[in-house]
Design a protein. Structure first.
Length: 183
């Protein structure tokens, strides 16, 4: 059964230490994706997500412009980052691990997201939605997001570790009955 991400009720965010003393947070405002899942066998789920790198928003336009530049995402040359699942491990009825390939700037590495299933609900408009939360940590340098500045007090302006936090509402795709040919 097919599901689509409801971007209006979902978020793809991140957090990274700044100057070793605070945490800077941001989101990607434009993303899409699908999930193919058999509720009877959730470990066979297939997840695909595409995120527009230029849609980064940290609430600081100068920082966002720098993050779009070749120092980081190089959005003009690499407009998307993608995630494609390779496996699901179910821990219990609400928690699991989603393994997949994260591609940024044509560099792909495997990541593992810890996820929690929040259940399903039927909307007043007749659609069925499912909710998930997921998180992981990555080292940004694994994707050549290397730019940094040494601090005179020691350490670095931007930490290597980035926490990724995802909230997803998926909407079940209603399959249309096939039309029969008129005789």
């Amino acid at each position: 059964m097919a599901w689509q991400i409801d971007a209006a009720h979902s978020s793809v965010g991140f957090a990274v230490r700044h100057m070793m003393i605070s945490t800077a947070r941001g989101v990607f405002e434009r993303f899409s994706g699908t999930v193919e899942a058999d509720e009877a066998n959730p470990t066979d789920a297939k997840v695909y997500v595409q995120i527009e790198t230029a849609s980064i928003n940290t609430r600081d336009e100068k920082r966002d412009a720098h993050l779009r530049s070749p120092d980081f995402f190089d959005s003009d040359n690499y407009p998307y980052m993608t995630f494609k699942s390779t496996g699901v491990q179910q821990i219990d009825s609400a928690r699991g691990k989603l393994t997949g390939d994260l591609t940024i700037k044509d560099i792909t590495h495997q990541v593992v997201l810890d996820f929690e299933y929040a259940g399903q609900s039927r909307s007043p408009w007749g659609t069925t939605s499912a909710g998930f939360s997921a998180e992981t940590k990555i080292n940004r340098k694994d994707w050549n997001l290397n730019w940094n500045v040494a601090l005179e007090t020691g350490g670095w302006l931007v930490a290597e570790e980035v926490k990724i936090q995802i909230e997803l509402e998926l909407v079940k795709v209603v399959e249309q009955p096939e039309a029969t040919a008129a005789a």
